[in-house]
Unconditional design. Sequence first.
Length: 289
Amino acid sequence: MMVVRVLHRFFAFLVVPVLGYLLGATIFNHFWDKVETDLRDAELVITATSCERGRPVTLRGFGYVYECRAKVENKTNGNVTTATTRGFLTPELIGTEVAGSGFRRGELYPERPYAGWGMVLLLPFGVLWFYVYIRIAWPLLPERRKTRRKPVRYQRPGSSAEPDRTVRVLGGHRRVWLFAVFVLGCAGAFIHPVSWALAGLVLPAVVWQALRGPMIAVSPDGLAWRGTSLTWAEIGDVRLTRRNVLLVQPRNGEEVRIGRFGAEQATRIHVAMGHFAQAPYVRDDAVPR
């Protein structure tokens, strides 16, 4: 068990942050290094003459970074110089004229027409990756002890209302693999631009599952789900299927299907129904292997 805990901490506090940074840097630099070949408004014309391949993983993310020698022509005065560039030029661009905007801090700076896309796509990736990091690292954080109240001469009595015992269950099994496909699409962006199409198609599904995924609230008063609530007197029977779909049959009306929930969520529903159900309830047997 000690080895498992050490590996869990190593993965949560070292591997996950580093991997998140590298994926984020890959997303940003994939668009940041896109160059402009339209020379009409360019101040400089950059032409790569030779390139050397660097390491496959750097602070710029995943993917080889090339250091290239380039000829730089000033369109205003016609001066021609040579410079060494790193990142935006590749062997495929040798001999191709690329638009440049000047030198900044001694480095050659090209026109970057797609830099904004890197920022736009980096924001949702950062939010989703932060959610994954919290889910992984939160169980490892030390428990916070509740602060004790200081003794006072008089305290007002607390509310006499009965505490809320409602059990709320959110989400299903689809969110996990949808997010995994989205991360794989982002990770594959440095290999081929088609991977962005995969990430772009999956992102709306991830957001939809987060906002409109299955949910149910089980309480001593009845059941409630998105926009609907029924008391136990209004419910004929309830069934939890083998595929973790909750079927609610009102006494007046058509049967309602809620789900599909994940295995953990289905267990929580089953336990809550065992405590609070005042209508006939049954859970089908697990799916046979």
